[in-house]
Design a protein around this ligand. Structure first.
Ligand code: AMP
Length: 296
């Protein structure tokens, strides 16, 4: 597919180089359009498309990027088998109303000699940062590059990856990137499982088992809202996961929504219950809000 080409099937322009996307967006900007960016790794599902809808509500033109970023995978993780469904992705983006797709090759993002990275502080320490220490630096680096390549007015990220959303928002502030980072709600399947490209790794039996993740964190969140001690609510939720055959739990924790500090007993603040667990060959993550309790 050549740069600037509009494919007949999708009718969405695709840019594969930084120069091409820059030119396209500069033209739009000089015509007065505001621009939203929706970064993705492809294998698009309704969760991704909901971000396009939020982007359309917040800007005149929406560009979605598709890039499976090698810098956020450690050796032995699923970079090589990560699902790639480019043709269907372009179709879906067009149907969702996106105006352009930016699909850079790895050499575009990380040319020979590349050696500069974004280092993330405290927000990257807990949760996914603990078991995937390389991960958020890789994410922040590629998103910083995408922001400078596309210079969007707004960028939309899913609350599904809540820690990532906070880190990107913080990075935009800390590095004066001049982009508004908008969070979008988690889109779920009917049984509650959060949509994820990695759900494709699950067999039918594992897929059915995976639905316990959202039930467990929801139960814990509701118990905490009702006044239970976080530690007790989380223990119950872990028991629920184990009883359903999900024994390989990376974490199940309640943390404050603003800074991810651990939730202490009786904290009347907005919080979330976060889970990461392995089901079959997939590492799945999810989170559920705990509404602040009124002090009365
Ligand atoms: P990914 O392609 O997995 O890197 O995700 C790209 C963007 O889509 C990120 O901002 C994710 O948080 C978001 N996303 C992924 N799954 C969902 C979902 N089920 N609901 C809402 N947003 C999602």
């Amino acid at each position: 597919m050549s740069t600037q080409q509009k494919t007949a099937e999708t009718a969405i322009p695709v840019d594969q180089t930084k120069a091409a996307i820059r030119t396209r967006l500069a033209d739009l900007r000089s015509a007065g359009a505001s621009i939203a960016l929706v970064p993705t790794m492809g294998a698009l599902h309704e969760g991704h498309l909901s971000l396009v809808s939020v982007a359309l509500a917040n800007a005149d033109r929406v560009v979605a990027s598709i890039f499976v970023n090698p810098k956020q995978f450690a050796p032995g993780e699923d970079l090589d088998r990560y699902p790639r469904t480019l043709h269907a992705d372009l179709q879906r983006l067009a149907e969702a109303g996106a105006h352009a797709a930016f699909i850079p090759a790895t050499e575009q993002m990380y040319p020979d000699g590349f050696q500069t990275s974004v280092e993330v502080g405290e927000l990257a320490a807990p949760l996914c940062g603990r078991s995937r220490p390389h991960f958020f630096g890789g994410v922040a680096t590629v998103v910083a590059k995408l922001f400078t390549q596309t210079r969007p007015d707004v960028a939309v990220f899913g609350e599904k990856d809540y820690q990532q959303l906070l880190i990107i928002r913080r990075m935009a502030r800390d590095l004066d990137l001049d982009v508004e980072v908008i969070g979008a709600p988690i889109i779920r399947h009917e049984d509650g499982l959060a949509m994820s490209s990695r759900n494709a790794y699950l067999s039918a039996e594992e897929r059915a088992r995976a639905s316990v993740l959202s039930r467990a964190i929801r139960q814990a969140a509701e118990a905490i809202e009702a006044g239970a001690k976080p530690a007790a609510a989380l223990e119950d939720a872990k028991g629920m996961l184990r009883a359903a055959g999900v024994a390989d739990i990376d974490y199940l924790e309640a943390r404050r929504s603003d800074d991810l500090a651990a939730l202490a007993d009786g904290d009347g603040v907005e919080a979330r219950v976060f889970v990461a667990a392995h089901v079959g060959g997939a590492r799945l993550i999810d989170n559920w809000p705990v509404r602040a309790r009124s002090k009365s």
